[in-house]
Ligand binder design. Sequence first.
Ligand SMILES: C[S@@+](CC[C@H](N)C(=O)[O-])C[C@H]1O[C@@H](n2cnc3c(N)ncnc32)[C@H](O)[C@@H]1O
Length: 289
Amino acid sequence: MKRATVPVRGAWVRFPALLALSMLAAMATGRVSAQDEVPFITTPDRVTVAMLEAAGVGARDHVLDLGSGDGRIVITAAKRFGATGLGVEIVPELVRKSREHARAAGVAARVEFREQDLFATDLAPATVVTMYLLPEVNLQLRPRLLALAPGTRIVSHDWDMGEWLPDRSLTLEVPDKAIGREKKSSVHLWIVPAPVHGTWCAGGARLEVTQRFQRFSATLQERGALAPVVVFDGRVDGTALHTESGPATQARLSYQSRPAGAELHWLQASGVASAHAGRSFVRAAAAGC
Ligand SMILES: C[S@@+](CC[C@H](N)C(=O)[O-])C[C@H]1O[C@@H](n2cnc3c(N)ncnc32)[C@H](O)[C@@H]1O
């Protein structure tokens, strides 16, 4: 796919040539606004369904589409998957159309469309966030998405989130895709990992966790001991942590957010770590454990 470079919110970003042309044209006429940065291009129905399936959307989900266009993702989430949903969109005519489409689809009571800037939208009520935006916009949203409740699913059509690698990606053939020569779409899924980075304490034990998105490494040390009892690394899948460092140390931990502060429960361990199963850790106070 041919790509060109376009300035977006102060940074130069590479986009597919067609999209870049429309953005540069808007800039040349002086009409640069958020919708020029992210033009209205619909996600084809096949891709919409694949996005919602990838996120495992069901009747207990609340789907938030950031830049909801004509409302199709939120409407499909409600009609086909039984979810509730909110679409935020800055083009008033698209918001009006989305409401009309929701009524026609018989899901007006389960969905809402607001004329609202996605950057001013509270993301917290969502259990699933969907996006068909642009790479730079995804990156701008990344810190806010990472701060969502652990386990929240994020699905993006085509664009990724840089160093925050997706938990799963798939590519679909899309003959009716409106842009690009390849006629393919990517769907990327992220599951918000629990924020476990830092020092945790349980009795006389100190657990130091270093986290980079869904990866972590940890060392456990008993008070007064010269060397760590155990060193391991692994993955954070929502609120579940599990080791991937071989059979010598297998461990499963679970993160729980509580009003009094987060807790890390060490559910299962093997090898040198087996004595620690059943322990619950809390974040270290400023003075340490
Ligand atoms: C590529 S379209 C995707 C539409 C729809 N989500 C879909 O996948 O079919 C992006 C949409 O985001 C809207 N948009 C752009 N900037 C926005 C902003 N700051 N706040 C809300 N909507 C925005 C555009 O008007 C456009 O309708």
